[in-house]
Design a protein around this ligand. Structure first.
Ligand SMILES: Nc1ncnc2c1ncn2[C@@H]1O[C@H](COP(=O)(O)OP(=O)(O)OP(=O)(O)O)[C@@H](O)[C@H]1O
Ligand SMILES: Nc1ccn([C@H]2C[C@H](O)[C@@H](COP(=O)(O)O)O2)c(=O)n1
Length: 324
């Protein structure tokens, strides 16, 4: 039994370290819900990282018990933050690996996508921002986001430098985004940028995490890892309320819930690229998971698929080069 008050690393950091093969033997790294501890321990063991599980209150303490098989002797500036199987796949890679994360508004897609990308050394694209920037640009010009001509013109002339503008996070920008997103010419205009990002991620990254509504179904249908992240409408509205309130916006939770339901209905029922889980996506409901638990679950799900993808890429590369 591990004492409950024993200090633990923050779980996202611990997981990043574990998956990067940089765990510190003998140190308790994560206290996890029982449903996650077992699968994660199996996964780490499969990566060559020896671990032990012990009860810790209502949770399981996951402790690294020995050196990972390929832990580097020292960390250097050019050390690639990725586990051994990822580096093998990277070396043999004939193309970038894509992690597709889809789901409804405020489900936690971006939070998970950023953490996965950071931990695995992948580039990250929040595709919602492309639609938000398009809708916001129409609003700024005094236009109607549902007007196909105005929306298409805004999408085709989009300058990606505006994607970091904090104004894009407002509910008004989200609503405008959902309206322009139902227009086929807008989706067509934004598709090439997203596919290009996935195919040739910036800064030489070996792959990319993209989040949105149609990444697994339309933008990157052959992505080896597809997560559909969801949560109840009430949970998502509360999360968005807290986010906007903490950012200093004057918001009413019941209004956010109402708008969010309307946006979900529009995104799910539109004729083109509707919000639906891809047939081969793994659904992750985060309603009862905090950020840490959701990340642990995503790591377990994504890690398994990525590992398989890494082997496939390596195999494809070997047959391509004639090696056996
Ligand atoms: N599991 C969680 N528990 C509690 N809060 C969370 C959880 N995951 C994310 N959040 C918070 O909920 C809010 C929405 O999360 P996030 O932006 O990641 O969602 P999203 O699905 O990317 O949203 P959008 O579709 O609008 O881009 C953020 O404030 C985030 O910190
Ligand atoms: N791949 C995408 C991404 C986003 N949209 C639309 C639908 C959303 O309501 C809106 C804003 O997205 P968010 O920032 O909340 O993720 O943009 C889409 O249709 N396809």
């Amino acid at each position: 039994m591990v004492p409950e008050d024993q200090p633990h690393e923050p779980v996202p950091l611990a997981l990043a370290r574990l998956f990067a093969g940089l765990a510190c033997p003998g140190r308790t790294t994560a206290a996890l819900p029982p449903t996650l501890g077992g699968p994660l321990a199996d996964l780490l063991a499969a990566f060559g990282i020896p671990v032990a599980l012990a009860p810790c209150g209502a949770r399981l303490a996951l402790t690294v018990t020995g050196e990972a098989e390929t832990t580097p002797a020292s960390l250097t500036a050019d050390w690639v933050t990725a586990p051994p199987w990822v580096r093998a796949a990277q070396a043999a890679s004939t193309g970038a690996i894509t992690v597709a994360i889809d789901g409804p508004a405020a489900a936690g897609k971006g939070t998970l996508a950023r953490s996965l990308a950071d931990a695995l050394g992948l580039a990250y694209l929040d595709t919602g921002r492309l639609y938000r920037a398009t809708g916001y640009s129409v609003l700024q010009a005094g236009g109607d986001p549902s007007d196909p001509a105005a929306a298409e013109q805004a999408a085709r002339s989009l300058d990606t430098r505006v994607l970091a503008d904090p104004a894009l996070r407002s509910e008004a920008a989200g609503d405008a985004a959902s309206r322009v997103a139902a227009i086929p010419a807008v989706r067509d205009a934004l598709l090439a940028f997203q596919r290009q990002f996935a195919r040739t991620p910036p800064d030489g990254a070996w792959g990319a995490v993209l989040d949105g509504r149609d990444i697994g179904s339309v933008v990157c249908p052959s992505a080896p890892v597809k997560l559909f992240v969801t949560a109840s409408a009430e949970t998502r509205a509360q999360r968005r309320f807290l986010e906007l309130r903490d950012a200093g916006q004057d918001v009413i939770e019941s209004r956010i819930l109402q708008d969010m339901k309307a946006r979900d209905a529009r995104d799910s029922s539109r004729g083109i690229a509707p919000l639906v889980p891809a047939a081969d996506a793994v659904v992750l409901d985060t309603s009862d998971l905090d950020r840490t638990e959701a990340l642990a679950a995503a790591f377990a799900l994504a890690g398994d698929r990525l590992r398989a993808a890494g082997s496939d890429v390596a195999r494809a590369s070997m047959s391509h080069t004639g090696a056996s």
